[in-house]
Ligand binder design. Sequence first.
Ligand code: ADP
Length: 489
Amino acid sequence: MDSILPHRSRDAVHPVARYGTAVLTVVAAGLIHLLLWPFLQGFSPFLLFHLAVLLSAVRGGIGPGILATLLSAVFVELILLSPRGLIALTPLSHLFGLLLFCAVGFSITWLAHRLRAAERRSARSEAEARTESGRITLIADSLPVAIAYIDPAQRLTFCNQAGRDFFKLDGSEVLGRRLPDLLDPEVYPRLEPHLRRAMGGDRVTFDFALPDPDSAPAEIRGTLIPDCRQRAVCGAVILFEDITESKRVERSLQFAYNRLREANQELESFAYSVTHDLRAPLRTMEGFSQALLEDYGAQLDETGRDYATRIIAAAKRLDMLIRDLLFYSRLGRTEVESQKVPLAEVVDEVRRLYKDSIQERQAQVRVRRPLPTVYAHSGMLVQALGNLLSNAIKFVPQGIRPEVEIWAERRDDFVKIWVRDNGIGIDPAYHAEIFEPFRRIHGSAYPGTGIGLAIVRKSAVRMGGSSGILSEPGKGSSFWIELPGGEQP
Ligand code: ADP
């Protein structure tokens, strides 16, 4: 409904215009009264001035309304009532009439003001609603998903831009149309059961193919959300999303995953054959060389025995290499299921496993207790810490008693496990590369395969942690493994 009041904001009109209008309106009322005087005999002299006050208040607000009331009172008193030209407040009925007019004038002004304020409020909330709905339409139109709303008769009452594209119709055509008329006759029957479920109050998600005469059918994911109000379904929101591309990516990912699984299985069986088929002849070589030394050692000269001994050493080394390499390659493929592991138990197990080397070198292994709990794979951690302990004993020059210290420190959610030795130390230039497979920086002076630290690093990473070193030549080395603390979920 259109307002009876002017739409332009009163505050935007200049005060001179508002008050001037009030004065002119009163003067006009006075002139009309004078002109119509013969016909207005018997009517109240204030009759037309009520109208002037009303117009002034409506157009100008409270101030002009009051001004019009007072001016009208003065005009009537001076010009219309006798004695003319004088403000006479007697008799009492005269004064009473003036006061009554002023009271009515002020009331009219006040009511007009309230009416005006209510009109403004409703105009403002209407404008806000229009802005809000415009904003929602803009958001809906910028989404790549087709969004529509249907009533229980499956008539569209809302549709965003992607929806209009989906139904291949423009704005005016699409609203009010029924879904069966909008969808392909082959497609609608496939949607119909889902629509029925949604109108029964269920949220439904389903996929279907949308035929396209120009290319392959598009794959669409439909979602129907019932609009339930007061226990009744009064419509449903429809979402249609084109998932052709994501399905294609999903399929190629699945394909790649299957290829990877196959390759992994091949690698697994290759590793199996390496373990059994390669190591078996090695053991034969080693065994027969040993037999040669034991059974025919007396018939061989010094050089012959030396050759046989070298064959045994080489076979052993190759066997170790194959074993370490297999372990390293399996590390990257096996599932790691970490759990809470008391570090004290791991360290005790490592010391038990390396008892012989510790005794052989008369090494002193000191453990700073108590040790915390870590979140790790126990077997992997035993192997990694074992490698660090064995290196800590190994890389100490002969004649010096190895001294190893093991401790742990908590830092936020992580635990850092340290293994420090009094060995030969490592130049910082090599700190990064010693963690790579086969990097041995002290040559053949110390036995080994060059895989130990690579296993340490990979194990730490697989368990969600990291590893590193602090060392200088001649000043010993401190290796560390950092793992999530045992309080982790
Ligand atoms: P390996 O011990 O079989 O040689 P690792 O991978 O365990 O192989 O170590 C790689 C290299 O890092 C070693 O050859 C050695 O040069 C150096 N290294 C490892 N641990 C120590 C250590 N505690 N002190 C000095 N050097 C070390």
